[in-house]
Design a protein around this ligand. Structure first.
Ligand code: ZN
Length: 258
């Protein structure tokens, strides 16, 4: 068996992929990408994740949660209903998220309080369960870290699209999280994440779909140039980097084990 590639975070259920899923799956398999961690945004998305029918040996970790951007768009009634539905759906998903605080989006005290409230409600739901968490934290680490510590001492999960100082990284790593690093690492590493942090604490994500500068829709196959870049930057063999990513992600989400 050859090397198995995995993506730590993508939105396979996104409507950008609706037109040509068969071609997308064929492309993933042709590129030895067999494992994807998904990330939930709202109840409609959870249904779409559950409805995906994947060709073997492609495997997904279904992750259900209310994304902070969706929290912005939903009323308190819709949000309570969604949390109730999330509780009833715990048996259907393999992880919870993406949830968290986004202070780039939420600028006012009221907007931030709303993010904190629904992050709290989802953390409450996660307590005492095995589901790893996928957290979306943007410009809000000073609030998310104490908020997490009020809930639990230790966690399992990923800090999605992590892009902050290694000191912030270590706070999350000490709580048990892995950091999931986005594609921009191929352009710059201003915080020296690759140099300063233990490879055993880092995974890499495409967060696809998104449009690149030329307007092309980027797909999870982007994990190839990413891990090639990472291996070269670290001076290690590519298959070591690819195998580490698969091991770290399948330890967190056993469903991804082939
Ligand atoms: Zn995402």
């Amino acid at each position: 068996m050859g090397t198995i590639w995995m993506d730590a975070h993508c939105h396979l259920s996104d409507s950008a992929f609706d037109n040509d899923r068969e071609a997308l799956y064929a492309e993933l398999l042709a590129n030895d990408i067999h494992g994807l961690v998904l990330a939930g945004t709202d109840p409609e998305d959870w249904q779409k994740q559950s409805a995906l029918t994947l060709p073997a040996p492609l495997r997904i970790a279904k992750v259900f949660g209310i994304h902070p951007w969706n929290v912005d768009d939903m009323t308190p009634t819709e949000l309570s209903r969604a949390v109730d539905q999330l509780e009833k759906s715990l048996g259907e998903c393999h992880g919870l998220g993406e949830m968290g605080l986004d202070y780039y989006r939420a600028k006012t005290t009221e907007e931030r309080a709303k993010h904190k409230l629904w992050f709290d409600r989802q953390l409450e739901l996660a307590k005492g369960r095995d589901h790893p968490l996928i957290l979306h934290i943007v410009k809000a680490h000073h609030d998310s870290i104490p908020q997490l510590k009020r809930h639990q001492k230790s966690f399992r999960g990923l800090i999605h699209s992590f892009w902050a100082h290694p000191d912030v990284a270590r706070s999350y790593i000490d709580m048990g999280f892995l950091l999931s690093i986005p594609p921009r690492i191929m352009k710059e590493d201003p915080h020296q994440i690759l140099k300063l942090l233990d490879p055993e604490s880092l995974v890499f994500e495409t967060d696809t779909p998104f449009k690149n500068a030329s307007g092309d829709i980027m797909k999870p196959v982007l994990i190839h140039p990413m891990l090639e870049y990472i291996a070269a930057a670290r001076g290690e063999a590519l298959d070591i980097a690819v195998a580490r990513q698969a091991r770290l992600l399948s330890n967190l989400f056993p469903i991804l084990k082939g």
